[in-house]
Every structure is written in C-alpha cells, then in structure tokens.
Ligand binder design. Structure first.
Ligand code: FEC
Length: 286
C-alpha cells in the first residue's frame, strides 16, 4: 500500500479533497498544491505512481506471489487491491505499507482501509512497522557511510497531539536514525521533521527549514539529508527537500545533498520480500 499521488494536474483538487476527508480546503492551500505539482511537471502523468508500479512488479517477481497495489488517497484504492487479491483466490492477504514507521494516524489508517475491505473474506497479516528491519537499516547505512557531511535524518511530521496519545511514531523514527548512524559509524547526525501541513494545529518539530538555520549557527556547512520515513521520489522529496530545503540551504550558505531514494532498486525489493515472508511464516494470530 502507498500514499498515492494524483495521476495528472487536473486530479489535484479531488486528490486533496480525499486527503482532507471532507474537511474544508482553503482556496490558497489548493492553489499552492497545484502550483507545487505543476513545478514538478506532472501535467499528464506522474512518476510517483510509476515508481510504485515498478516496485509492485519487482516484488511480485521476487516473491513469486501475486502483489497488488492499493493507495490511500488515489486509484487503485486499497479496496480495489483487495478485490483483485480475492478474485485471484487469496486466502491470506499480507498488508505492507511503503512507509516504515507506525502511527495510528498514518499506518493505522491503511490498516483500517484494508481490514474493512477484506471483512471476513480472508485472513489478514498486517505489518504495522518495519522501521528496524536489518536490511533496511543496512541499505540506509550504506548511503551515508562515506560522507563527511553532517547527516540529517528526516520524516513526515504529524500533529503533535499524537504524543499525548502515546503514539510510537517519533520513538520509532529516532530508533531508525540511531540504528542507521550506528551501522554507518556516524556520530555527526541529527533528526528533523519535514512536510508539515497548514492544518491550524501544532505539528512535531523541529521542522527541517528551521533546523538548517540552527545547524548553520552551530557552524555546520555541509549537510546530507537522509529521509527515513519515505522510500521513493515523490512530492515530499522532490519539492520539500530538493526545492524548499535546498533553497533555504542556499540562502544560509549551506551545501545540501540528499541520499538516493530506494524506489524499486533490487536490494530494497529484497528487503520488502523478506518482510512479507516473515509475516507469512509467523502469522500474528500464532
Ligand atoms: O508525491 C505525491 O504526490 C504524494 C506525496 C505524499 C506522501 C505523503 C506521505 C505522508 N503524509 C503523511 C501525513 C499527512 C497529514 C496531512 C498530509 C497532507 C498531505 C498533502 C499532500 C501530501 N500529504 Fe501527506 N504525503 C504526501 C502528500 N499528509 C499533497 C496535502 C497538502 C499539504 O498539506 O501539503 C494533513 C492532512 C490534513 O490536511 O488534515 C497528516 C504521512 C506520510 C508518510 C506515511 C505514508 O506515506 O503514508 C504520515 C508520500
């Protein structure tokens, strides 16, 4: 399962309405979102959905099992994926999200969509979190091992109220960051959030744009951004990091680079296959 992305520019209003789930949308926010997608050049087709499809196809080959894509906010929906899986004769469906860290607000939402769509028609093995998967940690560690820059791990922010609800999201993110830094033998690192939305309530910080300013004040001049909460090149990477954070770094006189995202590379697909095999070998009801 994946977040999903509008296939073309004219889909953006309906896509945003889906994300907002019926809550009102400020016209300025919609205009701003359309402008961001336009700047990324998705007039007629969107590379994110192509990456998701390439990852699906590669995982299917690696596992030798049927794999279906279900998106949270665009087509094909999670419910479409479930119908395809059931039509293919599935007795057990593994639910795996292309996002490694659990929050009730993020992964919990995918879980509800999947379980509601399946009902009593098949057994569901849902993977809540794979933030400490050894293969994933090693893959990221290899991306930062050779740098002499300060490493900034990032992930999507969420409304700060999740901390009062005992949500494990932030702790899981910090654990991934610690594991990757230890595997790469790096001490010079920090963590910041990115991609906060204008929803009118406080979100988890520090935000990367402020954090870059703090790093500059501390004398840091070279930064390598290592997004750990995302796995592919999508809006939050290509706009929020490659455009917004890059502009901020330039203003400050910082040199900013980021790691290559895993996308559909074979090593990452092997990591996903390992997670699915484990979910099938040790059913959650066992
Ligand atoms: O490339 C693309 O077209 C899609 C990129 C994309 C990914 C993504 C992942 C996550 N989000 C998470 C939480 C929230 C919350 C809100 C929210 C809003 C947006 C908007 C866009 C968007 N998100 Fe997203 N998210 C992506 C894109 N996200 C576009 C709406 C415009 C904006 O605010 O910029 C706030 C909803 C609200 O208004 O109430 C909360 C989390 C993830 C990582 C987990 C996952 O991938 O599912 C958490 C990719």
């Amino acid at each position: 399962m994946a977040y999903g992305s509008p296939e073309r520019l004219e889909d953006v209003p309906a896509y945003y309405a889906d994300i907002r789930g019926g809550r009102p949308i400020a016209p300025d926010n919609l205009e701003d979102l359309v402008a961001r997608y336009r700047r990324l050049g998705i007039e007629d087709s969107n590379p994110l959905n192509a990456i998701t499809e390439a990852t699906r196809a590669a995982l299917e080959r690696e596992l030798g099992l049927p794999v279906f894509t279900g998106m949270k906010h665009w087509n094909p929906r999670v419910s479409d994926a479930v119908e395809h899986a059931l039509a293919a004769g599935a007795g057990t469906i593994v639910g795996l999200v292309l996002a490694p860290h659990y929050s009730r607000l993020s992964i919990g939402g995918y879980r509800r969509l999947l379980e509601d769509a399946v009902g009593e028609r098949a057994n569901v093995e849902f993977v809540d979190s794979w933030h400490d998967d050894a293969g994933f940690v090693d893959l990221l560690a290899d991306r930062i091992r050779h740098t002499s820059s300060h490493v900034v791990f990032t992930a999507h922010s969420l409304p700060a109220r999740i901390l009062d609800e005992g949500d494990p999201y932030r702790e899981e993110l910090l654990e991934t960051a610690r594991l990757v830094a230890a595997a790469a033998k790096k001490d010079d690192w920090s963590f910041s959030f990115q991609s906060e939305s204008p929803t009118g309530e406080p979100w988890l910080g520090p935000d990367i744009l402020d954090h870059l300013g703090d790093l500059h004040e501390r004398g840091v001049r070279d930064v390598l951004v290592c997004p750990i909460g995302f796995v592919s090149d999508h809006l939050e990477i290509r706009w929020d990091i490659d455009t917004e954070a890059q502009d901020r770094a330039r203003e400050l006189g910082l040199r900013l680079e980021r790691i290559e995202m895993p996308n559909d590379e074979p090593r990452f697909v092997a990591v996903l296959a390992g997670i699915v095999r484990r979910a099938l070998a040790v059913p959650s009801s066992a």
